[in-house]
Ligand binder design. Sequence first.
Ligand SMILES: Nc1ncnc2c1ncn2[C@@H]1O[C@H](COP(=O)(O)OP(=O)(O)OP(=O)(O)O)[C@@H](O)[C@H]1O
Ligand SMILES: [Mg+2]
Length: 238
Amino acid sequence: MSAALLEVRDLALAYGDVQVLFGVSLRVDEGEIVTLLGSNGAGKTTTLRAISGLRLPRGGEIRFRGESLLSAPASKRAAMGIALVPEGRELWPQLTVRENLELGAYTRSARARARRNLERVFSLFPRLRERHAQFAGSLSGGEQQMCAIGRALMIEPKLLMLDEPSLGLAPILVDQTFQIVRTLHEQGLTVLLVEQNLQKALEVAKRGYVIETGTVKLSGSSPDLLADPAIRSAYLGL
Ligand SMILES: Nc1ncnc2c1ncn2[C@@H]1O[C@H](COP(=O)(O)OP(=O)(O)OP(=O)(O)O)[C@@H](O)[C@H]1O
Ligand SMILES: [Mg+2]
């Protein structure tokens, strides 16, 4: 059995008085692609925010390589190797592609290696190299997604968390995005993938968790989840 890279246990989180996570537990082992599935408002983004340190949980534990993250600010978690590609990309539209990527390298060690990593991102996404001087806001949806992923790669993450990377993309770009996830995984990255595109997500991931109203309702291997009657009727309309 491989070592847990990320372990989330009994995570509880509220926005003000409104509790939205009620004991989320999941684990991602080194070298895996794991998917976190669920419908709108289930708490997927909130879970990723808690892991990256953008929101403080009110209970539970988050461990990365066995070490508790709860007292570490977001910047420290980034330096430890946790990167988030946020829902909706959140690029700086008025900055160029290159500037967006360079700003991704905001930890000290990433800054020192920014040139090399920029080169890696450009060789992974030749389209971004071509468009490096263009404002990010004027990129196509697919190019923006590449830029958002590239920006996350600038900290040389061990764990890449992607929040609905396929959202709003045309089918061919959806396939391209999942292909990118596969390539990054082959290059050694561990991936936690949040998706509403259950079918595609379970094709690329080894295992998955299904979250509903702030708790994990189901988990299992991708083939098992795809065969589950409850999932087939609730999420695949079958
Ligand atoms: N900043 C916030 N302030 C208050 N409530 C919030 C905030 N962000 C999210 N919520 C609420 O928390 C719940 C979980 O939201 P979250 O964004 O985590 O869901 P999600 O699973 O990512 O959904 P989606 O698939 O639509 O992105 C929702 O009820 C949402 O309205
Ligand atoms: Mg979300």
